[in-house]
Design a protein. Sequence first.
Length: 185
Amino acid sequence: MKTELEKMLAGEPYQPLDPDLVARRQRARQLCQALNTGAEADTDERRRLAQSLFGRGGDSVWLQPPFFCDYGANIELGERVFFNVNCVVLDVCRVRIGDFTLFGPAVQVYTALHPMDAARRRREEFGRPVDIGSDVWVGGGAIVLPGVRIGSRAVIGAGSVVTRDVPDGVFAAGNPCRVVRELEG
């Protein structure tokens, strides 16, 4: 029989109040709190905290606090990913972010979903992974919804709500986010 963690990571309905999951979320929140309140000049401690928080890529991530996430361990970062202030990543499923990707202030990345049926919603949730390519720029205040893939070299306009996949090398914006034009280079 699968654990609640295994169900969660597989995108299956799971019990969010499972004691193991609660402990994992508490750990992530403690690490985020330490990152968010620590001295910016203490680069060694910030790097140690980021490496402890993220599943991969904590050694080169650049965070402008505050930063918030559910688990952290489900976030896989490429080289030199940048999160500006007030970014939120709800990582009940894997969030994979490619090299040199930039997030403006208050960007939110969601993998968590809830059943439409109220009775089920009281006891379970589920999720879908998010994949964001390399050299992507996500403008401030954008929201990336569960199950979305954003292609490499894409630019997402500020305030956009990304509800479906965005191909490589385009500028996309709006609510819902739509391709506006192809980018050169």
